[in-house]
Each structure stands twice: as structure tokens, then as C-alpha cells.
Design a protein around this ligand. Structure first.
Ligand SMILES: [Zn+2]
Length: 90
């Protein structure tokens, strides 16, 4: 439960960052907020809304990711161990 939409959004952003995925806003209006994963074919989404006669936001639907996380850019260069093996002198 969240006091404001801002807090709900912040929680969604934090979750997106912790899972290293990117969400795009699907629905955003004064009583409904839905974000979906940007990856095509991934069903991940978070839906929150303000129930009738209530003032707080509740998250009613969280679908986990089924997309594969992309490797961060720049992590592909592995240390080249083979080049060091031939340098030993006995
Ligand atoms: Zn996803």
C-alpha cells in the first residue's frame, strides 16, 4: 500500500533497477498505474490502482519477468589466461 502515486512509482523503479530491466508506462492516470517490461514477449507487469472509497494506492498485480536479462555493456572482455601460460621459464 502506498500513500501516493509517486511512492508507488518509486517502488516500481526500484524493483526495475534491482532486476536490471526496463519498464515502460502502459497506463498512468489518477487512479490507475500499469507498467510493462519493454522486452517483447515478456509478460512482466506491475499494476496498481486506488480502490473506490480509498485514498491509498494498492498493487494488485505483479507478474515476474520471463525475459532473459541482457548482459551489461562492456562485460564481454574476459581476461586472456592463455597468453600468460607460455611465459613461464623453467
Ligand atoms: Zn521482462
Amino acid at each position: 500500500m502506498f500513500d501516493t502515486k509517486k511512492k508507488l512509482k518509486y517502488a516500481v523503479i526500484k524493483w526495475a533497477m534491482s532486476t536490471q530491466r526496463v519498464f515502460r508506462t502502459h497506463i498512468s492516470n489518477p487512479t490507475n498505474y500499469t507498467v510493462k517490461c519493454v522486452e517483447t514477449g515478456c509478460s512482466a507487469k506491475v499494476h496498481g490502482h486506488v480502490p473506490k472509497y480509498n485514498i491509498h494506492w494498492v498493487v494488485t498485480n505483479v507478474v515476474p519477468h520471463n525475459c532473459v536479462r541482457k548482459k551489461p555493456v562492456g562485460s564481454s572482455s574476459k581476461p586472456d589466461f592463455n597468453s600468460h601460460c607460455a611465459t613461464h621459464v623453467y
